[in-house]
Design a protein around this ligand. Structure first.
Ligand SMILES: [Zn+2]
Ligand SMILES: [Zn+2]
Length: 279
């Protein structure tokens, strides 16, 4: 009753997350080169042969950079929505390309991958929850806001990759042009450390054993800041800072005896940030 998870890289320089059981695994995004993905899996003593599919969250380069090469070399199916495929200009073989729809679970062996839409400045961005063996793992990066969807799914996860992109003061006082600052913090960009902490404190389920803080900005954040902010908040959840430069360890996420949660499949309109269906 467990899943194995690792971040192979996390940040605006490339994102790739591994979630698997004993026999099979999926990668969420492939934003580093195929070679680096292979190398890092090997260092974790994971066989690339276990990887059965890649899911693409959105078309930004830090999420798709290595996808085409990886799919070609290892004959992997790529799950991607048609708008993301078009906008990402990904050269994928048609017979390796599969669409997915929000709330429709995709079965990869004994793993279930369910997507849901998120706020981000991409054409059709999605977050994912991967479940198997009674364990749910969420991948919540590149989210402009902790919307009702994120909250509902976060509450059901035994482990989550949660974006902590920027320190609000560093962004405010940094050298980015105002337009870029506003893009990052404007509700369709990225989640700040404070927003991530509030989501964690208010909505962490008692069975969440691991929280991976992810997609840290190089210019507007630092691992020590995130570590300080989250240290001492709880001793029930292990906090891991996912690196921008290397893989994390491989973590073993166990089903902790809580009732097996069910991924919310209810559709909500994402036209407005103030969503109330889950509150
Ligand atoms: Zn990104
Ligand atoms: Zn993005």
């Amino acid at each position: 009753m467990s899943l194995f998870v690792a971040s192979l890289n996390s940040g605006s320089n490339g994102n790739c997350y591994y979630i698997g059981n004993q026999e099979e695994a999926v990668l969420i995004d492939g934003g580093i080169s195929c070679r680096e993905i292979e190398k890092r899996l090997k260092r974790l003593e994971l066989s690339i042969k276990k990887v059965k599919a890649v899911f693409v969250s959105h078309e930004h380069g830090d999420h798709i950079h290595g996808v085409a090469a990886l799919a070609k070399k290892h004959r992997l199916p790529v799950y991607i929505t048609p708008p993301t495929l078009r906008n990402g200009n990904l050269m994928l073989r048609e017979d390796q390309t599969f669409s997915f729809r929000a709330y429709d679970p995709v079965q990869i062996g004994n793993l279930t991958v369910t997507a849901f839409p998120k706020f981000h400045d991409a054409v059709d961005p999605h977050s994912f929850v991967v479940s198997g063996n009674g364990v749910q793992v969420g991948i919540f990066t590149d989210i402009g806001v902790s919307c009702a969807h994120v909250i509902a799914h976060f509450k059901q996860c035994h482990a989550a990759f949660l974006e902590a992109n920027y320190d609000e003061d560093m962004l405010e006082n940094g050298r980015y042009p105002l337009s870029l600052k506003n893009r990052i913090r404007g509700g369709n960009g990225h989640l700040s450390n404070r927003q991530a902490m509030e989501l964690f404190l208010e909505h962490r389920p008692p069975f969440m054993s691991h929280l991976f803080l992810a997609h840290l900005s190089r210019n507007n954040n630092a691992p020590e800041i995130v570590e300080n902010l989250f240290s001492g908040l709880t001793d029930q959840t292990e906090i891991i800072i996912a690196s921008r430069d290397k893989e994390t360890s491989l973590y073993h996420i166990q089903h902790t005896g809580s009732p097996i949660p069910v991924v919310a499949k209810r559709k909500v309109s994402l036209k407005h940030h103030q969503l109330s269906l889950f509150s």
